[in-house]
Ligand binder design. Structure first.
Ligand code: FAD
Length: 446
């Protein structure tokens, strides 16, 4: 019997474990070690659990540990942390967190899916009660408990998770302040598109302070205020939401190579530089199809797919993860906020000569009630008129429309190709000239 050990039991880890076990049902023993108390959870829904829209933390679980054991026939250990890997011996040490006991386990194959770690600010008082980051279900439970007894909440960071959390805290009836070092929210968006989102967030009663430095936190046993370059902001709960870095320390400790993004370098099959060692999800790089190089864009979509590819290859198939174009969607209060590919700034920073086009068009036919404006922003390569990126913001139809543009990027389409797409039309769903076609028509004129 071959032995596969998977380190980390969330999106990438369980995708890898399930795919390998399915293919080698009788010839592979699959074990997953997860250091938190939860496996197979949807981190993407944590803001909805905190707000109360999703009632229980257990609702975030996709497949229960019992079903993983009974139906998928794998061994799953929660609150077990892999603390050491002896690659040459094919052995690893696991700490049973509750019992404080370390055990040693042999492996033939290893999949590293240790995810990412939330960035911290590194300022005085950051360890105080009430100051949180959000990655795991346990983090979410802690934030929910803290915010329940807070009147005021501060969020340090204005990325998509910070803004989803601003909505969650407003849903809980809290006074919310978002503090952002730069002048713009959603840094990977065009400034005009970002300002539409900012206006929406402000209109829901959230205070936004941009261009601010966070200097320290003050309080007694619990945080009471954030000291900033713009003065003191009262808050009894603070969420630090500055993005995440790949969790690679264990991998590095036994010789796994990281790439220029700082995440684990993998090939088409999610294989690392070490034989029989694979990596997937938020701890690994992914190939960016437009930049034709490695990128670090940690998302659940990629984690599930790359985990599956790792498991399939361990299971004996020859499958590959072709790459990403950086598609992400988010609900921020009543707005759908979506992007794919490169922003103009990203294109230019990567040496691409590009221009941007922005249009506003209705989400439904003008005569059909209930429509609202869609803002479509395209980034086009000068000369070739190849589509490089797109963003859409609106109250309806933005999130799923971006998938057409993601498909166009995968296909390497120009804005002329895009303009000629045979897109569907009926008055309740779109005008006869869809906003995407209107934007493509403007973009092809340069
Ligand atoms: P993780 O989910 O980080 O899991 C890694 C696991 O490994 C962790 O549970 C950790 O405890 C465990 N681990 C680490 N080291 C060890 C060790 N030594 N031993 C044992 N276990 C270990 N993505 C989207 O595509 N769409 C969204 O809408 C979206 N929303 C999000 C909202 C929030 C609030 C957050 C936090 C993330 C969101 N994401 C979203 C991102 C998505 O959740 C992640 O990309 C995905 O969870 C990554 O899966 P993963 O398995 O690679 O890593």
């Amino acid at each position: 019997m071959e032995r596969l050990i998977v380190i980390g039991g969330v999106a990438a880890g369980l995708s890898a474990a399930s795919a390998a076990k399915k293919l080698k049902k009788d010839s592979m023993d699959v074990t997953v070690f997860e250091k938190t108390g939860y496996v197979s959870y949807g981190a993407c829904s944590e803001p909805y659990y905190i707000s109360g829209i999703v009632p229980n933390p257990d609702d975030l679980i996709e497949v229960t540990p019992e079903d993983l054991e009974k139906k998928r026939k794998m061994h799953v250990f929660r609150r077990h942390e892999v603390v050491k890997v002896e690659y040459d011996k094919g052995m690893l040490d696991v700490l049973d967190i509750d019992r404080g006991v370390v055990s040693t386990h042999p492996f033939d194959y290893l999949v590293i899916t240790t995810g990412a770690i939330a960035k911290r600010l590194g300022v005085k008082g950051e360890g105080m009660n009430g100051i949180c980051t959000l990655r795991t279900v346990e983090d979410a439970t802690k934030i929910k408990a803290s915010a329940s007894s807070a009147e005021q909440v501060a969020i340090c960071g204005g990325g998509y998770i910070g803004l989803e959390m601003a909505e969650a805290f407003r849903h809980m009836g809290k006074e919310v302040t978002v503090l952002k070092k730069t002048a713009q929210m959603l840094m990977n968006f065009d400034p005009k598109m970002s300002s539409i989102v900012e206006e929406e967030v402000r209109s829901k009663g959230v205070k936004i302070i941009t261009g601010v430095d966070i200097l320290s936190f003050e309080g007694d046993n619990r945080v009471q205020q954030v000291i900033t370059s713009e003065g003191a902001i009262p808050a009894q709960t603070v969420l630090i939401s500055k993005g995440a870095v790949p969790n690679t320390s264990l991998a590095l400790s036994f010789g796994v190579k990281t790439g220029k993004t700082g995440a684990i370098e993998v090939d088409l099959h999610q294989k690392t530089n070490l034989d029989r060692v694979y990596a997937a999800g938020d701890c690994a790089e992914a190939h960016h199809l437009i930049l034709d190089g490695p990128a670090y864009i940690p998302l659940g979509t990629t984690a599930n797919k790359t985990g599956r590819v790792a498991g399939e290859n361990i299971g004996g198939l020859d499958t590959g993860f072709w790459g990403i174009v950086g598609t992400g969607v988010s609900k921020i209060f009543d707005l759908e906020v979506a992007r794919t590919g490169l922003s103009l700034d990203e294109a230019q920073k990567n040496g691409l000569d590009a221009y941007a086009t922005t249009i506003t068009h209705g989400s439904r036919s003008g005569h059909y009630p209930g429509g609202s404006p869609l803002y479509v922003h395209l980034v086009t390569q000068s000369g070739t008129r190849k589509l490089l990126g797109a963003q859409i913001v609106g109250r309806e139809g933005a999130a799923l429309r971006i998938n057409t543009l993601a498909a166009a990027l995968h296909a390497g389409m120009s804005v002329d190709d895009l303009y000629h797409l045979d897109m569907g039309y009926a008055p309740p769903f779109a005008p006869v000239w869809d906003a995407v076609l209107i934007a493509a028509n403007k973009a092809r004129k340069g």
